[in-house]
Design a protein around this ligand. Structure first.
Ligand code: PMP
Length: 372
């Protein structure tokens, strides 16, 4: 079959190679998974069952059920995020696709801090726009200089993702302010992907969207309440944009899943602090373990990832040796133009993390042992 040229713009071979290798392992120490290791809260399951029984099984309004949209509006109002309207999407991913479709013309450039969440680059290319990667190694900080070095006349959009996948970096107020000033002085739109907002470990969350006059915010409940399979997310921002997203949704996704919308409404009332505390302890376990083993690593302030440098500097080669030792992690070049690092997810039990640290310490020692 002759597929569209567009098909070749999406390349998932990097991550697939890892999963193919992983399939051969019996009981791997799996630190590769990008989702919480707990199941969604029981209360929410009850809400979902009630919704099904109450017949909430039909199409909803394209932009989402009004009580949920009102709740989202209140959420941002309480946090000082200047958004005019919002719409409910099929996952944060669905929201991202709609924004890219509504905003980008072929040839438009999108500034994406590197390392990045894989979808940003893939979707930009898919739409016919051009990803321009802003190298942030080795500290993963976003500075005005780094942004200035990548901007051109064609730059249309800047993507911020704090806390970040795959580095766990949380931007400081100064970084957010610098990024906002940079973008606003040049008329560049800013999309803030805040999906990891519940996973911030050191002090209050510095929310990038609060620094912007006209933010486009995407978020959802996939990570915060472990509803990845329910496909629920949202976009909040300027009215003109949100109306465009809703029109595109009408002819694509139609609406976000109805039962998921009813359930999400109640998810706003949950207190996720106990989860955050547990994940903070896991962050400490893995970050301290890696540091003690001699890894060159930034301590993540959020999300549930850590992105150390691979001993020897070749991420792919290192991941191969990790897999030979029954440990599953992801090579950095899946998330980056560089192949120097690797991603560990610490959304795993403490026992699994300890076993992972043991293997990683051993791999580092092997590397340092004099060859004979
Ligand atoms: N943004 C980031 C940064 C992510 O890591 C993910 C999931 N891995 C998503 C968006 C997509 O999440 P969803 O399940 O809501 O589509």
């Amino acid at each position: 079959m002759k597929l569209a040229a567009r098909r070749a713009l999406i390349d998932s071979s990097g991550i697939r190679k890892v999963f193919d290798l992983a399939a051969s392992l019996k009981d791997p120490i799996n630190l590769s998974i990008g989702l919480p290791d707990f199941d969604m809260p029981e209360d929410l399951k009850d809400v979902a069952v009630e919704a099904i029984r109450a017949g909430k099984n039909r199409y909803t309004l394209t932009g989402g059920v009004p009580p949920l949209r009102k709740r989202i509006a209140r959420y941002y109002e309480e946090r000082g995020v200047p958004v005019e309207e919002n719409m409910v999407a099929s996952g944060t991913s669905g929201g991202l696709l709609l924004v890219f479709m509504a905003l980008l013309d072929p040839g438009d450039e999108v500034l994406i801090p590197d390392p990045y969440f894989v979808m940003y680059k893939a979707l930009t290319r898919f739409i016919g726009a051009k990803p321009v990667l802003v190298d942030t190694y080795p500290d993963f900080r976003l500075t005005r200089e780094r942004l200035e070095a990548a901007v051109t006349e064609r730059t249309k959009l800047l993507i911020l993702n704090s806390p970040a996948n795959p580095t766990g970096t949380v931007y400081s107020a100064e970084e957010c302010r610098a990024a906002a000033e940079f973008a606003e002085s040049r008329g560049i739109e800013v999309l803030s992907d805040e999906i990891y907002e519940e996973y911030v470990y050191d002090g209050e969350y510095v929310r990038p969207s609060t620094f912007l006059k006209r933010p486009i915010v995407v978020s959802g409940f996939s990570k915060s309440v472990a509803m990845t399979g329910w496909r629920i997310g949202w976009v909040a921002g300027p009215g003109e944009l949100i109306r465009a997203l809703t029109d595109i949704q009408q002819y694509t996704f139609v609406c976000a899943p109805s039962v998921a919308q009813e359930t999400a409404l109640r998810a706003f009332d949950l207190d996720m602090a106990p989860v955050r505390d547990r994940f903070r302890a896991r962050r400490d376990l893995i970050a301290d373990g890696l540091a003690a083993a001699g890894y060159n690593v930034m301590r993540p302030g959020g999300a549930f990832y850590i992105f150390p440098e691979a001993p020897g500097g070749d991420g792919e080669a290192f991941v191969h040796s990790a897999i030979e030792n029954n440990l599953l992690v992801v090579p950095g070049n899946v998330f980056s133009e560089r192949n120097t690092n690797f991603r560990i997810s610490f959304a795993a039990s403490e026992e699994t993390l300890r076993r992972g640290v043991e293997v990683l310490s051993r791999l580092m020692q092997d590397r340092q042992a004099p060859a004979n």
